[in-house]
Design a protein around this ligand. Structure first.
Ligand code: UD1
Length: 425
């Protein structure tokens, strides 16, 4: 298996380009199924999740061409078929369920494999299905698949029990081609949801965030093609901010949007870092000693669950006791045991973790348990004495493009050892 070898690195210095947001790219690519005209999406980083979704979109009938150098996807879904239930990759990647809303609206039916379980929690899709039902769809779940059918969706009132990002996105996409008005209350308003809304409106949809977590969609008969550039990835930006904090570095995140990373900036400010908005991004630099801080994950504009593991890494060597409360997922401390192997002092109890800052971390052999926990291990390894060997890095490749190259340009000692080369040793 491929792995990262990371050695203790001095303060990271310089500028880093932040890529397009994975969690905005995925729903936006799905939304392209809503029109038979060509869409061009810019800022699509070469991530394994993107490649998986491209295959699923092709299975659904779309023509997709991806220029990895220009990071641009052209997609034309002249005709779509609703049955992608045999697509095994779709089970692995939850975001693939986001093709359901567009296929249902465009095709009158959609059949998909039920997304598989996930180590960070149950992750059901009941809220997606409830939304489709309110819009008039008949839902059938059998043999590991979910099928939705409705010749013409009608607008409706949907209250989400939890502001689920995926359910909000799926319902908005379906409602865009329905008849009448849909109101979604307690909707997710993450920047990636807003990016999807902006893209849909460019396609001719009528979607408005009216405040207080309410989104109104007025269905239209047809959507047209559009050219769109996705927002920069706030989670990637947060990862580099954490890398700067743990190494005492001074870096500029080019393109990052300050509004999107405010909760992370506030936390780093408590921990002895300055985070400032600049003309073309965000400047992060140390202003004092690293101090303990607490985080509680919440839907946006709260602290993002996707940055929780990464910020826990910073806590491990910040002076004092830090507390993490994870409210979004029930089992999202997978990084804790790996960080303990590196000398961290962490106690977890249910959804709470108590982190006592230690004087130093030490390099160890660890494995990335999932995408963000894997990124947390890289961040910790930058500050750990000696060498850290991180295995299972395919999880990290799901959501970070060229993370090793980007870190090396800032002065980090990180090397990717490819699978084949290992075999030759
Ligand atoms: C998206 C992000 C993921 C992020 C998460 C929360 C993408 C591709 N992924 O995932 O990186 O961690 O938002 O910010 O954008 N839930 C239900 N029923 C449902 C749907 C969700 O109970 O039908 C629960 C989940 O179990 C979880 C919570 O709602 O506890 C949040 O999940 P959700 O916001 O839906 O996350 P995703 O859209 O899957």
């Amino acid at each position: 298996m491929s792995l990262f070898l990371v050695k203790k690195s001095g303060p990271l210095l310089g500028e880093v380009d932040i890529s397009g947001a994975k969690n905005a790219v995925l729903p936006i690519l799905c939304a392209c199924l809503l029109t038979d005209e060509k869409c061009v999406i810019n800022g699509v980083p070469p991530l394994s999740d993107v490649f998986i979704l491209i295959e699923i979109l092709k299975k659904a009938g779309a023509n997709v061409s991806y220029d990895e150098i220009l990071e641009r996807i052209e997609i034309k879904a002249s005709d779509v078929g609703g049955d992608v239930s045999n697509e095994h990759e779709a089970v692995k990647m939850r975001a693939s369920f986001l093709v359901m809303g567009p296929l249902l609206a465009r095709n009158g039916s959609a059949k998909l494999p039920l997304p598989g379980g996930c180590r960070i929690g149950n992750r059901p899709i009941d809220l997606h299905l409830k939304g489709f039902e309110i819009l008039g769809a008949k839902i059938k779940q059998e043999h590991g698949t979910a099928e939705a059918k409705c010749p013409k969706l009608l607008g409706g009132y949907i209250y989400l029990d939890f502001p689920s990002v995926g359910a909000t996105e799926n319902i908005i996409m379906a409602a865009s081609l329905s008849e009448g008005e849909t109101v979604i209350e307690n909707a997710a308003v993450e920047p990636e949801v807003i990016d999807l809304v902006n893209f849909l409106n460019q396609m001719g949809a009528s979607v408005f965030c009216v405040g207080n977590g309410t989104i109104k969609v007025t269905g239209v008969k047809k959507l047209h093609g559009a050219v769109y550039t996705v927002i920069p990835d706030r989670i990637e930006a947060g990862t580099f901010m954490a890398a700067a904090a743990i190494t005492g570095g001074d870096i500029t995140l080019k393109n990052a949007v300050y509004e999107h990373i405010k909760p992370a900036a506030a936390k780093l400010a408590e921990c002895g870092m300055a985070v400032e908005e600049t003309e073309n991004g965000i400047h992060v630099y140390p202003v004092g000693k690293r101090k303990a801080f607490n985080i509680k994950t919440m839907p946006f504009p709260g602290f993002p669950t996707d940055m929780q593991a990464i910020f826990m890494s910073v806590m491990t060597i910040s002076k004092g006791t830090s507390i993490v409360t994870e409210t979004v997922f029930e089992n999202r401390f997978l990084q804790a045991d790996e960080l303990k192997r590196m000398g961290a002092d962490i106690k977890t109890e249910g959804r709470v973790a108590v982190v006592e800052g230690v004087r130093k971390l030490t390099g160890a052999k660890v494995n990335a348990p999932d995408l963000r926990a894997g990124a947390a291990l890289i961040v910790s390894a930058l500050a750990a004495e000696g060498q850290t060997e991180i295995g299972e890095i395919q999880h990290i490749d799901r959501g970070y493009s060229h993370i090793d190259e980007k870190l090396r340009r800032l002065g980090a000692h990180i090397k990717r050892i490819e699978e084949e080369k290992e075999g030759k040793k």
